[in-house]
Ligand binder design. Structure first.
Ligand SMILES: [Fe+2]
Length: 159
């Protein structure tokens, strides 16, 4: 059992509980932020295993990708707003500087779904789209639909 990640999730849930106690108005409830962080991490692991990317970096990047929205409560510009809080979250960890920068960049760029980024960035974007799809969100933007189709194909779970 990888207790490191379970402990990371505990830190994430505790952080979200603290934030939830402070901010009243949010675009998404704290419960969704917890669910989405957790399920994106597992989807990220599947994609990482398939694509030869480090599975635990993928899980952590996926779990943290919406951290900007956790703090602001708002969807608007939440990806770039994640830079400072994700940097602070990772500062307590023993990963190399290079690994931390890859995760930070994946968080900052995850809303650029029409662009192709690093393999880790692409995993975060695809896990985000797949998780929203499986939670019943209707995709309307053509580049979201195209990314969803490709990610489903990649996992051999086309519908
Ligand atoms: Fe996001």
């Amino acid at each position: 059992m990888n207790w490191q990640f379970i402990n990371d999730l505990q830190d994430i849930y505790s952080l979200l509980d603290e934030i939830g106690a402070q901010t009243a108005e949010r675009d998404y409830p704290i419960l969704w932020e917890k669910v989405h962080a957790t399920s994106c991490a597992q989807i990220g692991r599947m994609l990482a295993e398939k694509r030869g990317v480090d599975v635990e970096w993928a899980a952590l990047a996926c779990a943290l990708h919406d951290i900007g929205r956790w703090f602001s409560g708002r969807q608007n510009e939440h990806a770039p707003k994640g830079e400072e809080p994700v940097r602070a979250f990772l500062s307590q960890r023993a990963d190399t500087k290079e690994t931390k920068e890859l995760i930070i960049k994946a968080v900052i760029n995850h809303s650029k779904k029409e662009e192709i980024g690093s393999p880790l960035e692409e995993i975060v974007k695809d896990a985000d789209i797949l998780d929203c799809h499986w939670h019943g969100e209707d995709m309307t933007k053509p580049f979201h639909i195209a990314r969803l189709r490709k990610a489903l194909e990649d996992l051999n779970v086309q519908t």
